[in-house]
Design a protein around this ligand. Sequence first.
Ligand SMILES: Nc1nc2c(ncn2[C@@H]2O[C@H](COP(=O)(O)OP(=O)(O)OP(=O)(O)O)[C@@H](O)[C@H]2O)c(=O)[nH]1
Length: 168
Amino acid sequence: MTMGGRVDMKVVMLGREAGGKTSLVQRYLYDRFSGNLPYQATIGAAFGAKTVNVNGKLLTMGIWDTAGSERYEAMSRIYYRGACAAIICYDLTDDQSLEKAQFWVNELKQNEENCKIYLCGTKKDLVTGDNRNRRRVDYFSVTDYATEIGAEVYETSSKTGEQVSKYS
Ligand SMILES: Nc1nc2c(ncn2[C@@H]2O[C@H](COP(=O)(O)OP(=O)(O)OP(=O)(O)O)[C@@H](O)[C@H]2O)c(=O)[nH]1
């Protein structure tokens, strides 16, 4: 998208640092996973865009990928303003990341009540099969919580692409 292009839908990524937000956006936008490269924390925020077909209408989705580091927390508040959807990521191998997700849910409920919330459990490949014992966040506790707050839940892997896009 060119600068100054119109964004029809603003989507914001929120969640604890290293929780997998950037990887999810990279998989969704470019169908790639940079797992072999060292982890690089997002600084401030990053922006990406994609044209999506919604009921036969082409819309530009703008995605603001915020930095999870607490040092940028105040900035993240600027990025969720006016968002129609928030993808709040938590890492399935990290129970503290779920607490952070709840923090963002409360923020949005207070400040951006029309924003639709999606809870996204990331790094599913790390808690699958023989690695089941690495799971730190129970699926049903999250779905119970999601029902309470009117959110949807997805468990994704940016490494394999599982559940990242409706079409994969
Ligand atoms: N195995 C596996 N690793 C992942 C997955 N998603 C992210 N990672 C790894 O987890 C680390 C953090 O991922 P990022 O996507 O940079 O996390 P982030 O939430 O954007 O981090 P901040 O920029 O600090 O907010 C990186 O080393 C990724 O390669 C996944 O689905 N599977």
